[in-house]
Design a protein around this ligand. Structure first.
Ligand code: SAM
Length: 236
């Protein structure tokens, strides 16, 4: 019997809550610090006023939310994740800062956001959508909370396609990465899941179509690091 959305969510939440102590460090090591620039590019690609309302969904340890707060110090930045442990780890980064950070943290499920309709100028999501079993439902929920004309910005890994570099990437993803995950953390299964979930994600053009099918307009994509990661933008 296939897993329900709730069962899947519980399993994913447990997995992320269990890797919190290693999460940021392994992100840097496994991506050779590319992840920092990818998140920055995600935020830089948004066209927003000086004081926007932005929801960072699947915010994890707040790397994107902090990037948003740094770029829009007069904005209203809201970070949502269903793993309290991930949010708490991120909160420690805020308390370390000398200046107040315009950031609210909320523990909630991406399918049932605790906000009225038409609230946000933008929704960002880095490495979150791949972990959602029912992508269409999650995208509809994002549509609901976005203001008319509001922007969606997604950063995600897509499966390796063709080409010499992507052959190397394929070897890295399916062999080296799970091995490094086992070596560098006691939660090796999470890094096997990472490789498997990337393999199961649609191609960049298929996911762009999914965005259009759920009503997003002006969809554009940008490949990062030779197609290892992609930025996807769309408007409500
Ligand atoms: C790979 S992490 C990405 C975290 C962060 N955005 C980053 O760039 O590092 C995926 C995050 O999605 C969260 N997540 C997965 N499914 C979710 C759901 N249904 N609702 C809310 N958060 C979810 C997980 O708890 C985890 O923190």
């Amino acid at each position: 019997m296939s897993e329900s959305r709730a069962e899947w969510g519980k399993r994913i939440e447990c997995m992320f809550s269990g890797i919190v102590p290693w999460y940021d460090r392994l992100n840097r090591i496994l991506s050779l610090r590319r992840d920092v620039g990818w998140r920055r590019a995600l935020v830089q690609g948004l066209a927003l006023s000086a004081s926007p309302g932005v929801l960072d969904l699947a915010a994890g340890t707040l790397d994107v939310a902090l990037e948003l707060a740094g770029r829009f110090p007069h904005g209203r930045i809201v970070a949502v994740d269903f793993s309290l442990a991930m949010l708490r780890q991120g909160q420690a980064k805020i308390t370390d800062r000398p200046q107040p950070v315009p950031l609210s943290l909320i523990a909630a499920d991406a399918y049932a956001l605790p906000f009225p309709d038409n609230q946000f100028d933008a929704v960002t999501m880095a490495f979150g959508i791949r972990n959602l079993l029912d992508r269409a439902a999650a995208l509809m929920e994002i549509q609901r909370v976005l203001a008319p004309g509001g922007q969606l910005a997604i950063l995600e890994f897509v499966p390796p396609q063709t080409g010499y570099f992507l052959l190397v990437y394929r070897f890295y993803l399916y062999h080296l990465l799970p091995w490094l995950g086992r070596l560098l953390s006691p939660r090796g299964f999470a890094y096997r899941y990472l490789a498997e979930s990337i393999g199961a994600f649609p191609s960049a053009s298929e996911f762009s179509r999914e965005l259009q099918d759920t009503g997003f307009e002006q969809v554009r994509i940008q490949a990062l690091t030779g197609g290892v990661a992609y930025l996807f933008y769309g408007r409500k």
